[in-house]
Design a protein around this ligand. Structure first.
Ligand code: IPM
Ligand code: MN
Length: 356
């Protein structure tokens, strides 16, 4: 029986409660589909930092490198300096483990969930490939004359040819394999950020190697417009780190809300990290109102990465079915109690996995 070593960081706010539901589902899927999850839970969170002063100690960071995957609930706490925990945990994993792909599917499961008039599941089905280690997120910033009238603040966006190319290439491979329209769109702001000329040139070179894939190019502002106007134009889109961050929140809304959007931070062949797109939603923490669907779907993406396709597909199919049959209304706070959603998914996954 395959055993997968999983590091779990439930984190802040609603992180622990949605993570608990996700693992109810993942443990049930493991039992039904015949594999084992060997879980190690880590306490790293804002509260843990306030209690101990420790964010993600090096020894524990080394330990996760030997595991199959990391599962992260959510990070962020208003009591702590902006960005400290984000850079200590999420960005640390992404950059120090070189998780260069952030794969964010935007898939509408049921027309009811979509705020766009006249759009249905056939119109909203795309994957955003967000470059995950470069751009505005390298941490290269500084201040001069701090606090004075002449203060200067800089933040440098950094792109390497190799970094751009590996993200773009993945987008083309994904377009080929996912069975969609075989279309890749480059989203950038090359008309204003002239350094993104690198993205355009690399994209053109890689595209030439994939004559079976059609291509498009949208500036990020136009992409925001197209996303709500004709989302059916997108199949796979590749973009830089910051634009990928922003457009996937917009994408989450057209698929039903942040409570449904999942993501995979991947370095193929190495330990990778899976998390919902949403944050820690501190106002809802401990209230049993937050939807665990995004967390459950992040778990499904993790199983797919670990080679457990059957179990991964069963979880996604179950979630789709629960929406289309209206047993799940939606993913807004208070649509359903958190724990009941997990239990509903568990029951269905068990049913799917049991021979009739
Ligand atoms: C995300 C988040 C992070 C990001 C934050 C928490 C640093 O918004 O994963 O989308 O900006 O990438
Ligand atoms: Mn974000």
């Amino acid at each position: 029986m395959a055993t997968h070593d999983i590091a779990i960081i439930p984190g802040d706010g609603i992180g622990p409660e949605v993570t608990a539901e996700a693992f109810k589902v993942l443990d049930a899927a493991a039992e039904v589909f015949g594999f084992k999850l060997n879980k190690t839970a880590y306490p790293f969170s804002s509260q843990h930092f306030l209690d101990t002063g420790e964010i993600w100690p090096d020894a524990a960071f080394e330990e996760v490198k030997g595991m199959g995957a990391i599962y992260l609930g959510a990070i962020g706490d208003p009591r702590i300096e902006v960005g400290k925990m984000e850079f200590g945990i999420i960005a640390r994993a992404r950059i120090d483990l070189d998780l260069y792909l952030n794969i964010r599917p935007i898939k509408l499961y049921d027309e009811r969930l979509c705020p766009l008039k006249g759009k249905g599941p056939a119109d909203v089905d795309m994957v955003i490939v967000r470059e995950n280690t470069e751009g505005a997120y390298t941490g290269m910033h500084g201040f001069a004359h701090k606090g004075q009238d002449l203060e200067v603040a800089t933040q440098t966006m950094v792109w390497t040819r190799a970094g751009v190319e590996r993200a773009v290439r993945h987008a083309f491979e994904l377009a080929r394999s996912r069975g969609g329209r075989k279309h890749v769109t480059l989203i950038d702001k090359a008309n204003a950020l002239r350094a993104q000329d690198l993205w355009m040139r690399v994209f053109a070179l890689v595209a030439a190697e994939y004559p079976d894939i059609s291509t498009g190019h949208d500036y990020i502002d136009a992409a925001c417009m197209r996303m709500v106007d004709t989302p059916e134009d997108y199949d796979v889109a590749v973009t830089s780190n910051l634009f990928g961050d922003i457009i996937t929140d917009l994408g989450a809304m057209i698929q039903g809300g942040l409570g449904i959007a999942a993501s995979a931070n991947i370095h193929p062949g190495q330990v990778s990290l899976f998390e919902p797109v949403h944050g820690s939603f501190p106002e809802a923490a401990g209230k049993n109102t937050a939807s665990p669907i995004a967390a459950i779907l992040a778990g499904s993406m993790m199983l797919d990465f670990l080679g457990e396709q059957e179990a991964s597909n069963a979880i996604e199919t179950t979630v789709i079915d629960l929406f289309t049959s209206s047993r799940l209304k939606g993913v807004r706070a208070a649509d359903h109690p958190t724990n009941e959603v997990g239990e509903l998914v568990v029951a269905e996954v068990r049913r799917l996995g049991t021979p009739a």
